[in-house]
Design a protein around this ligand. Structure first.
Ligand code: HEC
Ligand code: HEC
Ligand code: HEC
Ligand code: HEC
Ligand code: HEC
Ligand code: HEC
Ligand code: HEC
Ligand code: HEC
Ligand code: HEC
Ligand code: HEC
Length: 440
């Protein structure tokens, strides 16, 4: 009996190794990996689905290997979100019984891959009511929750599994009773180039007369001369002949990265730049709208996404980058509705100089807000950073101008998202009322 058992073990080990070796060979050396895909990747990862070994870092590794890959790319974001259910919460032995039902220390318990048809918004693959497993007793602790279905816990404006930074009780109570719109309603502005000059007093501005003669259309010189790059002494060869190379007609994106590391980090962690991320196991080409799953302008499909796509290599017009550039690609209902919305109208007024800088709302105000990074006010270049769950926008965007209750209601209203916040919200979420009632 025991001999038979060990023979079957040997056979099992041998065949597993052979399979693993085969997969390793195919994954590492085969050119076209699409034939190995076992199912369509999720909305979050479809752009990088062919870089298999980014997640499957070893063909021999199981769960832990994949877990490390998830954490490598997402740990920072979850820690900034002050994750309400971090792994540390479940290493407490008192929670062991809960983990037997649902191992919340492993990302793949809730986020499987290659099953896009069965995946819910935000990459979840569990049933809607999974909070039940650990919070069955909630109604006895909180009578206000009596009769609520467990599929509603994580609905808009109530709770999230990870990010509750704008939804915890004290925060709700603190911001109860705020006006719908603050006066003045202003978004924060990024630090101006003048501040850069103060911090770097040795900087010398350049004019066309200062640079080596180069052959180029007159317009290139005009744009460069009017840009902040001329003001801070960044000239043609800094980009076109970086590291003393020959003249490059199309400088690579790494040239921008050299001087703008922070913007690069945001960009390469978003759906715009993830294909160029240094965290991938192989380099992919820049993304084009043809590869996207949303609706795009038909003449934009082959446009490659790099820094210059929004900024232009020489112009660096930040107002153009903030909405005109977006609309040269994005053409879904939400994006197309923007210009007619109250926010879009305010943006037109800001462009025309009729209201102060900071009073308008552009696409970038919501999707690339100015946030404090290392003591400076800079633009977040990760358009996914506050996108889902959309309560992430409350603190970084809406609450600069609107009260919390109004903002929660607006973000929970699917109609308003589709028509880009054309009118006041038509529903009311009770979170704040419940929190106020409880502390009374
Ligand atoms: C974004 C990360 C990611 C990428 C990229 C990725 N996978 Fe996966 N893959 C996963 C996850 C997560 C699972 C589920 C693991 C589990 O069930 O424990 C999985 C499961 C699998 C499985 C089922 C066997 C198993 O280990 O459970 C195969 C086969 C597989 N992937 C092949 C591929 C191939 C081939 C590619 C590239 C064409 C690829 N994967 C790209 C994350 C990824
Ligand atoms: C190479 C880095 C990388 C790896 C590895 C990776 N991700 Fe992601 N993931 C991203 C990027 C980039 C996005 C898209 C931007 C965003 O939504 O944050 C994303 C999106 C997601 C989303 C979806 C968010 C949404 O709104 O749709 C979830 C959930 C997620 N990842 C979980 C995981 C899990 C679980 C793993 C491990 C199996 C994993 N990721 C592995 C980079 C990575
Ligand atoms: C018990 C289930 C569960 C586990 C375990 C889990 N998640 Fe999630 N995750 C969710 C749910 C549900 C959402 C949808 C948004 C929400 O409710 O917070 C989500 C959303 C996300 C998002 C979208 C952005 C955000 O801030 O919500 C990312 C990224 C993500 N998870 C990554 C991970 C990673 C990485 C791990 C492992 C370290 C992990 N998740 C473990 C359930 C889980
Ligand atoms: C695997 C078990 C588990 C699951 C599943 C789970 N939770 Fe929790 N949750 C906990 C534990 C443990 C705590 C810590 C407090 C406690 O002991 O109740 C907690 C705390 C919370 C808190 C308190 C907030 C905080 O920051 O401390 C909220 C709100 C919450 N969970 C909501 C949810 C929601 C919504 C879901 C489903 C989307 C969910 N939980 C799913 C185990 C779980
Ligand atoms: C901040 C970096 C940067 C600086 C500074 C810069 N360029 Fe460029 N330039 C680029 C990039 C990137 C491209 C390629 C754009 C693309 O992908 O099509 C480019 C394209 C060009 C082109 C070809 C396309 C066109 O617009 O006609 C010429 C010619 C050119 N640059 C000349 C110059 C001259 C002359 C200067 C100095 C006055 C200069 N550049 C300064 C980054 C720069
Ligand atoms: C040699 C360093 C250097 C290189 C290379 C460089 N930049 Fe800059 N750039 C700067 C400095 C310094 C500033 C001014 C300080 C600031 O605003 O952060 C600046 C400012 C900017 C601004 C803000 C413009 C404004 O009106 O305030 C944009 C946008 C920009 N750069 C984009 C790019 C892009 C795109 C590339 C690559 C094609 C690039 N930069 C390459 C150094 C560089
Ligand atoms: C070159 C065309 C192009 C330009 C310009 C562009 N985008 Fe995108 N954008 C895309 C593509 C393609 C995707 C990826 C969609 C996918 O992966 O399915 C995307 C993704 C996004 C997402 C994430 C969507 C999601 O569901 O995860 C947001 C938000 C977004 N863009 C906003 C903007 C904003 C705001 C601007 C202007 C400041 C802008 N985009 C400029 C092409 C573009
Ligand atoms: C007042 C804030 C606000 C403004 C202004 C705004 N958006 Fe959005 N956008 C949102 C919210 C909120 C969502 C929904 C996120 C969610 O719940 O999935 C969203 C979603 C998106 C998505 C993802 C759609 C999808 O189906 O995945 C894209 C792309 C996008 N916006 C682009 C734009 C563009 C382009 C503009 C300007 C023309 C713009 N947005 C203006 C708040 C805004
Ligand atoms: C989707 C369009 C888009 C892409 C792609 C993009 N930017 Fe930006 N960038 C903007 C917008 C919009 C602003 C200004 C927003 C504002 O003023 O509120 C900006 C601002 C900046 C600034 C001003 C300083 C600051 O606050 O960050 C720099 C520098 C910059 N971008 C560099 C880059 C670099 C480098 C890349 C590539 C890694 C890049 N951008 C890619 C849209 C984009
Ligand atoms: C820079 C300030 C500013 C920011 C940031 C901002 N808004 Fe607004 N919003 C306004 C102003 C001003 C109006 C016009 C109010 C009016 O005309 O009564 C408005 C109008 C609206 C309306 C239409 C109200 C009506 O009665 O017609 C909605 C809904 C709305 N905003 C939601 C949001 C949401 C959600 C966010 C965050 C994602 C947000 N706003 C971010 C300033 C802002």
């Amino acid at each position: 009996m025991s001999i038979l058992k060990s023979i079957s073990w040997i056979i099992w080990i041998f065949s597993s190794l052979a399979l693993a070796a085969y997969l390793l060979f195919e994954l590492a050396w085969s050119e076209d990996k699409s034939s190995f895909l076992i199912g369509e990747a999720t909305h979050g990862h479809h752009q990088i689905e062919l870089a298999c070994s980014t997640c499957h870092t070893s063909p021999f590794g199981g769960g832990e290997v994949i877990q490390d890959a998830c954490v490598n790319c997402h740990a920072q974001e979850l820690s900034i979100a002050e994750d309400s259910h971090p792994k540390a919460k479940f290493t407490d032995p008192r929670n062991a019984d809960r983990l037997a039902v649902l191992d919340a220390t492993q990302c793949v318990t809730c986020h499987l891959e290659h099953q896009n048809e069965q995946t819910r918004a935000m990459g979840g693959t569990l049933a809607d009511d999974f909070c039940w497993h650990c919070h069955q007793d909630i109604a006895s602790e909180r009578p206000s929750h009596e009769g609520m279905g467990f599929e509603t816990c994580a609905s808009a404006g109530c709770h999230n599994y990870h990010d509750n930074k704008a939804l915890y009780e004290n925060f709700l109570v603190k911001h109860a009773g705020e006006a719908d719109l603050f006066m003045p309603a202003m978004r924060p502005l990024r630090d101006a180039v003048t501040e850069y000059l103060t911090d770097n007093p040795q900087t010398k501005a350049l004019t066309v007369a200062d640079i080596q003669p180069v052959e180029a259309p007159a317009e290139v010189f005009e744009h460069w001369q009017a840009s902040s790059h001329a003001t801070v002494g960044v000239e043609c060869r800094d980009c076109h002949q970086a590291n003393n190379s020959d003249w490059q007609k199309k400088p690579a994106i790494q040239v921008c990265q050299n001087c703008h590391e922070q913007e690069w980090q945001g960009f390469s962690q978003s759906h715009h730049g993830m294909r160029l991320s240094d965290k991938l196991s192989q380099s992919l080409s820049p993304m084009t709208p043809a590869q996207g799953r949303l609706v795009f302008q038909s003449d934009s499909l082959e446009k490659e996404m790099t820094c210059s796509t929004c900024h232009g290599p020489h112009e660096l017009d930040l107002q153009k980058a903030a909405s005109e550039s977006c609309l040269s690609c994005h053409a879904d209902d939400h994006s197309l509705a923007f210009e007619q919305s109250p926010h879009g109208q305010l943006w037109q007024q800001e462009l025309a100089g009729e209201i102060a800088q900071g009073e308008g709302v552009s696409c970038a105000t919501c999707h690339m807000p100015v946030v404090e990074q290392g003591g400076k006010h800079a633009v977040s270049h990760n358009v996914n950073d506050n996108l889902r769950p959309n309560e992430k926008m409350l603190r970084s965007v809406c609450m600069n101008c609107h009260g919390l209750a109004f903002s929660i209601d607006a973000l929970a209203d699917q109609e308003l998202i589709k028509n880009n916040f054309l009118h006041a919200p038509s529903l009311h979420i009770k979170s704040i009322d419940m929190a106020v009632e409880r502390v009374k």
